[in-house]
Design a protein around this ligand. Structure first.
Ligand code: NAD
Ligand code: DAU
Length: 353
């Protein structure tokens, strides 16, 4: 390494699903950066996700909560970050329906705390940037046709998407009002290794392994646009380094699937991988009461990031789903750990925190 001072990047939520892939990518591919991973280690955060890079010279883990304003202000003054990539959030729609307030606290208040602390650093550093990671759910629901563009009006329907929309608005408002340099990206449904088994794909993989029912909401005719998480991490890398300040980028998989078709495909692949007779997993499909406010369809037009940054997904769904299933089958201890009630105690002992 040269004598250059490393560029200090704060990545929030780096122990979570997408965050862990972003942290790994930055630590491995950008030795000029020092990555600070700030994470509260909620049920969704897991340092096991980062075992392979935790001893890297350009990586530091910091346990802390973005809702704690005093802690955040001190952290920013102590470390004087050059940039922030903000992923920490409550991320599960079903949880937002049963406990909306925790989504307001983390996703809205937590984001505003980071913005306030960032403003102070931006004043003394013209290169400072705040990159906010958001979701396509802020745009609401599509009918059978059409795509979300960066210009699509916000129309969130769940407490989760309302909290993410609110945080997006605050980021943009801090740009307009105080001149904070910012970028926002809004991505479609991610899948891949390390996703907590409450989201559709890992939940159903886990349930198939244990011969448990696969609860399909409503009639299953809801459509999502799926993107392999590694492709999202690569997009985040590009946007952080090359994106234009004050811009929004939509990121998606060009890969729409109706839930029921996806679940049937997953069942077929799981039967093959587990060497079970074809049709075994499909028998587990159970249609259950629909999610309230369930958005019919999401589909991203990722033309802008493609045109400006040359980004496009590289992993096909078949390949990505195969890799994802292999990862969960090969990491059943991880699945046990994250779903076991004792896991938090294990964690505390492990990290003495
Ligand atoms: P996740 O739930 O897997 O991880 C969230 C991480 O944030 C966890 O490590 C958790 O410990 C941490 N965290 C939660 N509350 C915190 C707090 N108060 N202080 C500090 N850390 C806290 O989420 P994910 O699926 O990886 O999503 C990451 C980001 O990407 C979120 O902002 C989400 O809205 C966005 N996003 C997710 C998807 C998707 O399909 N998963 C798609 C588009 C956008
Ligand atoms: O679109 C991006 C969003 O994708 C992210 O912002 C969210 O953080 C992420 O959780 C995801 O939201 P969804 O609600 O689309 O993901 P989920 O995996 O919960 O559900 C996917 C679809 O599957 C949705 O139509 C609901 C349905 N579903 C989900 C679960 C958990 C079921 O039918 N049964 C289930 O048990």
């Amino acid at each position: 390494m040269g004598q250059q001072t490393p560029n200090k990047i704060l990545i929030t939520g780096g122990a979570g699903f997408i965050g862990s892939h972003v942290v790994r990518r930055f630590v491995k591919s950008h030795k000029q950066h020092h990555v600070y991973n700030l994470d509260a280690l909620t049920y969704a955060g897991n340092l096991e996700n980062l075992r392979d890079i935790e001893d890297s010279a350009n990586y530091t883990f910091i346990k802390g909560n973005i809702v704690d304003e005093t802690f955040i202000n001190k952290l920013f003054l102590d470390y004087k970050f050059d940039g922030v990539i903000h992923l920490a959030a409550e991320s599960h729609v079903d949880r937002s329906i049963s406990d909306p307030s925790s989504f307001v606290r983390t996703n809205v208040l937590g984001t505003v705390n980071l913005l306030n602390a960032s403003l102070k650093l931006a004043k003394g550093n013209p290169d400072f940037k705040f990159y906010h990671i958001s979701t396509d759910e802020v745009y609401g629901a599509l009918g059978e046709t059409g795509f979300f563009l960066e210009t699509t009006p916000y129309n969130p329907n769940s407490p989760y998407s309302a909290s993410k929309a609110s945080s997006d608005h605050f980021v943009r408002a801090y740009g307009e009002t105080y001149g904070l340099p910012f970028i926002i990206s809004n991505c479609s449904n991610n899948y891949g290794p390390h996703q907590f088994p409450e989201k559709l794909i890992p939940l159903f993989i886990n349930n198939i392994i244990h011969n448990k029912a696969l609860p399909v909401y409503g009639d299953g005719n809801y459509t999502r646009d799926w993107l392999y998480v590694i492709d999202h991490a690569r997009a985040i890398d590009l946007v952080y380094h090359k994106g234009k300040m004050g811009e929004t980028y939509n990121i998606g998989g060009f890969n729409e699937w109706k839930n029921i078709d996806l679940v049937q495909l997953l069942c077929r692949l799981m039967d093959e991988k587990l060497d079970r007779p074809r049709g075994t997993s499909e028998k587990l499909i159970t249609f259950v009461k629909d999610r309230p406010g369930h958005d019919l369809r999401y589909a991203i037009d990722a033309g802008k990031i493609h045109k400006e940054q040359g980004w496009e997904p590289t992993v096909t769904f078949e390949e990505g789903l195969g890799k994802t299933i292999d990862w969960y089958l090969g990491n059943q201890e991880w699945l046990e750990n994250v779903t076991s009630g004792d896991y938090r105690e294990y964690y505390k002992k492990q990290y003495q925190q």
